[in-house]
Design a binder for this molecule. Structure first.
Ligand code: MN
Length: 728
């Protein structure tokens, strides 16, 4: 627990003129009026105002703000009056405490209204005196730090509100650590399972990461010392919430552990030294194009300055490095407080006033606008650069990530609205669903009960809510299609044998078959298996017709024997079978009979597409294959390479070279050096010229990249004229 002396010591550090007697009076006062009260954690209530004051000290606020921080809950939660505070601590403190109390007392009708209204109150408070906002942020931070003691149902609401309102405000004020901590705490509250799992997984690779961090720090320090720079290099694991956001946005796996670490170089020197350090970093590790950001030449709107770059490190990992001077570092830690000066007891921005233009704008706006939505509309752009705020036809505010489309909007309203969306009107005019929404747009969604989520929506939906719903619906529809197709195939086959589907369903024959030989799965699953070619309809019908549903022990009668294994063996095979043996995953279904099309012979790494064939499973083509356009689009099915089950596949290449001794040996050596097995090789000489030799190789390669690599190597062999892949 923070003690009065700790607070006093830290305040004196940056503000030697502090009136310690007055500060102590505030401490004693708050201890007295909160006496006997407890927090939900069971601790004395006094801990809370003390911690809030402690957080405020990190922001280097003035004496009045610290005192108001100590007193911030006294009007709300005790019998204290404003007059009492004013008499004891002066009008400035009384004004701050009253401002905070007003915010706390607002009651809201709906969640959305609450949000708009909350923004408004925060901003009004901020424009009256920014110190109110600083205290409110500190208050919220301590409440978030202790949120585990809250009731379950309040936790989510508070965390969401923190994410929506306080995180962007802390960001806007440039207090990076506070923004980061608030975001992390909210994320842990909103997605506890994801956070816990990430944490557990991070723990596993901790030692490896620590060694890595030390290595990198060593290399950077040595290089910068070489050019005479004095600096401190820090490496740290990013916050869980940032790692999660990154994994989501870039589709990364946590196993790419090096991407979870950020490095920072704080230089004891000037701006020129930052660029010199950057040059050193780029000479050790190649920079990733497009990732260099010069926030020194072009500071962020909140005043943040630094050089940011991403380089390719020792192990091919992407390494983020920030470079800044000591002064820039201090600014980044203090945010807005770094530019404060005190003038007649009020905080004001220092020399460079333009940094706070946005703040003045807010004050101006709030004077003129009375409608909270309109007000929100006016300030949102400035405060939340990565979001768009749009309106429903009834004027509700919907807050979306920038780049969102009407589909995202529709799903934000309700998943049913999203799923049945057929069109959208923006500001009264019909627009394509892929049109990006702009701030202030009023969006109306047109629905139709016959509509269902479409795959192409994924090309422009950006919110995770929309994307999850769409993906799920597509998987579901794929399954339903497979069931219908299988039912159709079986029905036809039965009719050819003078049976009917209704008949074998009614007398239970099909069910008995499913129970006895299909691992007790449902009839629908059986239909799906037929459509994927795992079970041949003709063989099944023969069994249904002959065996009267009794399972004959001879399983060889079932076609696609590779996929139908007796139960006894199935258990043994279970582990292997979980991985796709073809190296391809077909969406929604684990083990499907897969064939590679002869026309294009796809290799792992190629973009691929599958087609359901009758009785022969799924055929895989490359996306660019000409055959694809001749096939029935209805039978198209999403497939992807299964990275876990890399299976080497045979492909053929043709090499044309000068006809000279040793050529074949040179080429085969190159191939072997790449670790690739040669299935067969054939050499022929063009008789007409007699100068060109043609070698054909069958190679076993794991993926397209390896193939491209080895072809490149062969091209480098002296005497080789061309290397190409032969398909079909
Ligand atoms: Mn409080």
């Amino acid at each position: 627990m923070l003690r009065f002396n700790d607070i006093a010591d830290r305040l004196i550090e940056y503000n030697p003129q502090v009136d310690l007697e007055r500060l102590q009076r505030a401490y004693v006062f708050t201890a007295k009026v909160h006496d006997g009260q407890e927090r939900l954690s069971g601790e004395p209530y006094l801990i809370h105002p003390l911690e809030v004051a402690g957080i405020l000290l990190d922001l280097h606020v003035d004496e009045d703000t610290i005192i108001a921080g100590l007193l911030h809950d006294t009007l709300e939660d005790t019998l204290t009056t404003r007059e009492e505070i004013e008499r004891l601590f002066g009008p400035s403190v009384a004004f701050l405490v009253e401002g905070l109390t007003k915010i706390a007392r607002i009651e809201f009708k709906s969640a959305r209204e609450q949000q708009a209204e909350n923004f408004r109150k925060m901003l009004i408070a901020m424009s009256e005196d920014i110190r109110i906002l600083m205290i409110k942020l500190a208050d919220r931070l301590h409440n978030m730090r202790t949120i585990v003691h809250m009731k379950e149902e309040s936790r989510r609401r508070i965390a969401q509100e923190t994410m929506d309102i306080y995180v962007p405000l802390a960001h806007r004020l440039g207090v990076y650590w506070m923004k980061q901590e608030l975001e992390d705490l909210s994320f842990r509250t909103l997605e506890p399972e994801v956070a816990k799992e990430l944490e557990a997984r991070l723990l596993i690779s901790r030692d490896e990461r620590e060694v890595y961090i030390e290595d990198v720090i060593g290399i950077i320090s040595a290089r910068l010392a070489d050019i005479g720079l004095r600096c401190e290099v820090q490496g740290r694991v990013k916050d869980i919430s940032s790692i999660h956001a990154k994994m989501k946005s870039q589709d990364l796996e946590l196993e790419q552990i090096y991407d979870t670490i950020g490095f920072r170089i704080v230089i004891d020197g000037g701006i020129g030294d930052c660029y010199a350090a950057l040059g050193q970093i780029h000479s050790v590790w190649p920079p990733v194009p497009g990732r260099f950001k010069d926030y020194i030449a072009l500071p962020k709107p909140n005043g943040y300055r630094s050089l940011h770059t991403t380089v390719i490190g020792e192990y091919g990992e992407r390494m983020e490095v920030q470079i800044r001077t000591v002064e820039m570092h201090r600014d980044a830690e203090l945010g807005i407080a770094a530019h404060w000066k005190y003038k007649e007891g009020r905080l004001e921005a220092d020399g460079d006033d333009s940094k706070f233009d946005w703040l003045r704008q807010l004050v101006e706006w709030q004077k003129e606008i009375s409608d909270p939505h309109e007000f929100l509309d006016a300030v949102k752009l400035d405060l939340f650069p990565n979001e768009v705020f749009v309106f429903t036809p009834t004027g509700e505010v919907i807050n979306l990530a920038s780049g969102s489309t009407p589909i995202d909007f529709a799903y934000a309203i309700h998943s049913e609205v999203g799923s049945h969306c057929v069109g959208a009107k923006v500001n009264g005019r019909l627009v394509p669903l892929r049109q990006r929404l702009k701030d202030g747009d009023t969006v109306e969604i047109i629905t139709s009960s016959s509509q269902s989520p479409r795959k192409d929506w994924l090309e422009f939906a950006v919110s995770s809510k929309a994307r999850n719903h769409i993906r799920h619906a597509i998987r579901q529809a794929g399954k339903e299609r497979a069931v219908a197709l299988g039912r159709d195939i079986l029905g036809r086959e039965l009719r050819r044998n003078d049976l009917t589907l209704a008949g074998v369903l009614e007398d239970g024959r099909l069910q008995r078959y499913a129970d006895a030989e299909f691992g007790g799965r449902t009839i629908d699953e059986l239909f799906a298996a037929i459509s994927y070619g795992k079970i041949a309809a003709s063989v099944l019908v023969r069994k249904l017709a002959g065996g009267e549903g009794k399972a004959p022990p001879d399983l060889s009668a079932v076609a696609s024997a590779a996929n139908v294994v007796p139960k006894r063996l199935r258990r043994l095979f279970k582990r292997e079978r979980r991985r796709s043996t073809s190296g391809v995953r077909v969406s929604g279904t684990p083990d499907v009979l897969v064939r590679f099309a002869g026309c294009c012979e796809p290799l792992p790494g190629d973009e691929i597409i599958g087609f359901v064939t009758r009785g022969r499973g799924v055929t895989i083509h490359t996306k660019g294959c000409a055959r694809v356009f001749t096939l029935d689009p209805e039978r198209k099915i999403a497939v992807e390479w299964d990275d876990e089950a890399k299976v080497a596949r045979a492909i053929a290449i043709r090499v044309l070279s000068r006809d000279e001794p040793g050529m074949l040996a040179k080429i085969t050596n190159t191939i072997s050096a790449a670790g690739i097995n040669i299935g067969s090789a054939k050499v022929s000489v063009d008789e007409t010229t007699g100068r060109t030799a043609e070698q054909t190789f069958e190679l076993w390669v794991p993926d397209a990249r390896t193939l491209a690599g080895v072809m490149r190597e062969i091209r480098k062999v002296k005497g080789v004229r061309s290397v190409e892949r032969i398909r079909g």
